[in-house]
Design a protein around this ligand. Structure first.
Ligand code: 0PR
Length: 356
């Protein structure tokens, strides 16, 4: 194989404003390296990493208001959303559908495709949240799962989870909450989103996003053991009997990194981080607004604003890693690596290319 010359360096985060991932906490990075060769998919051979996973799931349970959590650390939000759909399908009879708001992450489309279920998408309201009436209109006797998002990918919105739970209960469906990105900031807000706030069956919460764990570290959590049983496959030649995960061999780095990040940061470190990130988002929103841009109020640390295409392209040329919503708004995700100084640099670049 030809060697890349010079050896490529990893992306530095100085101008990354579009990502939902961030630099891992130093303790999480160290733990991940130590457990790189351990496979939590085979707990009888790698018991240490299996123990770390049990503790990590208990800690994630605390984050999401669940006393006796069932779940595992997987590859990310996509896998957890697929597993939520899969469990609901396996626990239902016949052909089923899933109802979610249009703001749901595209991983639900992958889930529907892979699992052969119908995905029904309900429009969102004027504030980009799930419209409960629209969800209720789509839900019917074949609905196995109603999904809501707590921290949407595009606008950082939190769906009305208790109201979606009522819709799910009305049609005897399960309720899934996708808190892949929002799960590590929502505990420090007043939103109703958790297992303690509503009869949530399953949840996605990703340590490799706001949780400051290294990639790959996704969280899939369930209220009942029955959910994991519905996912379990017999594993005849392993010492353990069954495996509920979607992947087989898994990353010990993800598990150990998650454990270390939670150990270092839950709850006070995450609270401080939320406060810093939210203050940065509020600051950026106010600055953009002051200079005449239309801004979507940052409910969580994610700012969306109307920005002319030419300005967006010029900022990309300046090296800013920024992205757009489906309708073309600039999106800035105030992740832990995003500092006030970075935002001031960004605003200075914007003034060079636009009207700030
Ligand atoms: N659920 C929500 C709410 C998400 O925002 C995402 C990903 C997922 C599920 C899927 O998670 P995984 O990508 O871990 O499977 N949201 C971002 C997106 O797709 C992920 C991302 C991360 C994008 C880092 C860019 C990036 O640099 O846009």
């Amino acid at each position: 194989m030809p060697r890349a010359e010079p050896t490529p360096a990893p992306q530095d985060f100085d101008r990354v404003l579009s990502s939902m991932c961030t630099e891992p906490h130093p303790a999480a990075r160290e733990a991940a390296v130590a457990f790189l060769a351990d496979n939590p998919g085979d707990p009888a051979t790698y018991p240490a990493v299996a123990d770390l996973e049990t503790e990590a799931i208990d800690a994630l349970g605390e984050v999401v208001g669940l006393d006796d959590p069932h779940g595992y650390v997987g590859s990310g939000g996509t896998e957890a959303n697929i597993q939520a759909v899969r469990a609901a399908r396996n626990l239902a009879d016949g052909d089923v559908n899933v109802v979610a708001p249009e703001s749901a992450h595209f991983s639900f489309q992958k889930a529907a495709d892979v699992l052969g279920v119908e995905l029904l998408l309900a429009p969102t309201d004027d504030d980009h949240r799930a419209d409960v009436d629209a969800v209720a209109d789509l839900a019917d006797d074949d609905t196995a799962l109603v999904a809501g998002v707590a921290g949407t990918t595009e606008y950082g919105r939190v769906d009305p989870i208790p109201a979606l739970a009522d819709v799910a209960a009305d049609v005897d469906a399960r309720l899934h909450v996708d808190a892949a990105w929002g799960g590590f900031v929502l505990p420090f807000t007043d939103h109703d989103w958790s297992f303690a706030d509503a009869p949530v069956d399953t949840m996605t919460i990703d340590p490799h996003k706001m949780g400051q764990a290294p990639i790959p570290a996704g969280g899939f959590l369930a209220r009942d053991a029955e959910t994991l049983d519905a996912l379990a496959i017999d594993t005849p030649y392993l010492e353990s009997d069954t495996q509920p995960t979607l992947g087989g061999t898994r990353s010990g780095a993800g598990v150990a990194g998650t454990h270390a990040a939670l150990d270092a940061l839950w709850p006070e470190g995450y609270r401080d981080q939320y406060e810093r990130s939210q203050a940065n988002a509020d600051y950026l929103a106010a600055e953009l607004r002051e200079h005449g841009y239309d801004v979507v109020d940052p409910v969580l640390p994610l700012v969306a604003a109307d920005l002319p295409d030419a300005e967006f392209e010029a900022l990309r040329e300046d090296g800013w890693r920024i992205s757009r919503t489906a309708t073309g708004e600039l999106r800035v995700v105030c992740m832990p690596h995003v500092t006030r100084e970075m935002l001031d640099d960004f605003l200075a670049s914007l003034s060079g290319v636009g009207n700030v």
